[in-house]
Design a protein around this ligand. Sequence first.
Ligand SMILES: Cc1cc2nc3c(=O)[nH]c(=O)nc-3n(C[C@H](O)[C@H](O)[C@H](O)COP(=O)(O)OP(=O)(O)OC[C@H]3O[C@@H](n4cnc5c(N)ncnc54)[C@H](O)[C@@H]3O)c2cc1C
Length: 311
Amino acid sequence: MLSNSSILEQYIEEAEREGHLTFRRDFPLSSLSSFRIGGNASYVIYPSTPDELASLSALCHSISIPNIVIGNGSNLLFSDSGYEGAVIVTTQIKDIKIDGNTVKVGCGASLTHLASVVAEASLTGLEFAYGIPGTVGGAVYMNAGAYGGEIKDVCVSVKAYDGVNDEIYDVKAEDCGFGYRESVFQDSDKIILGAKLVLSEGVNADITEKMNQLMQQRIDKQPLNYPSAGSTFKRYPGYFSGKLIEEAGLKGYTVGGAQVSEKHAGFIINVGNATASDVLSLIDHIREVIKENVGIELQTEVKYIENPADQ
Ligand SMILES: Cc1cc2nc3c(=O)[nH]c(=O)nc-3n(C[C@H](O)[C@H](O)[C@H](O)COP(=O)(O)OP(=O)(O)OC[C@H]3O[C@@H](n4cnc5c(N)ncnc54)[C@H](O)[C@@H]3O)c2cc1C
């Protein structure tokens, strides 16, 4: 009888031959994460269509292979011991279809690329997303936002896959549980296959100017020359976490290769060979100091992906 990992291997080898996906064995997760941190994954798989993503996830589910779906890895901290299982990366599922003001987009499309494509079509509403280094799936999962805009403002429905009932269906925006960096997808195993957005007609030059302005603000304020996962913590109502961390005198505070950015205290940066343990220790330290100083419990925005073998 074949072991579960042999069943997966057989499936992905055949699917690769047929052109449905590509995959890597024993692959460094550091190269899939904007933090540049993480051990190796047993399998990293790139499905090329939403159906293939759903099939792959169904297979992993049915043979009990631990698996996780990721986009661009820009909000993740992978474990130093890696991921014993399948890391499914959506970045090949990137179709964009524009029909009037409506945009149907695959989960793996880059937000920045999408913002440029809709700008060319003179559609406004996604300027805020220009410069967020994630995918549409990651943005829906996180309800990503910046400069006063959020994905929930333009998303009217999400195409999702429910592995438990093996069904693909549309989730209306009002049922997505969108809140500040929150969505219903964070509390479920459902996979985001794509999204339908509705934008408004605008003037191409104005849209482009706005996007360039926002990009410049990012360049001016954020430590983009170091690996990071963006804002480490969520905003606590009424407080900016970066400001709290700066006021606590923690700018530049370092654990191993992980450092509170001097440029923007809301970011933890990898200043050289940081490990996930360094980042987690630094997060704990910051949380303790802020709790002691102002009595607030900061919640992380960055998602830590534990190795299922360590659980
Ligand atoms: C320099 C920098 C700047 C940033 N600026 C911002 C900002 O301004 N605003 C903001 O909101 N964020 C920002 N981020 C964080 C990050 O880019 C966003 O959270 C983004 O939406 C994550 O998308 P991703 O594709 O990289 O998701 P990933 O990091 O790959 O995944 C994030 C989570 O989503 C889940 N996920 C991803 N795709 C799917 C899918 N198809 N189905 C189900 N689950 C899925 C993953 O399992 C994971 O739990 C920044 C990050 C960096 C490094």
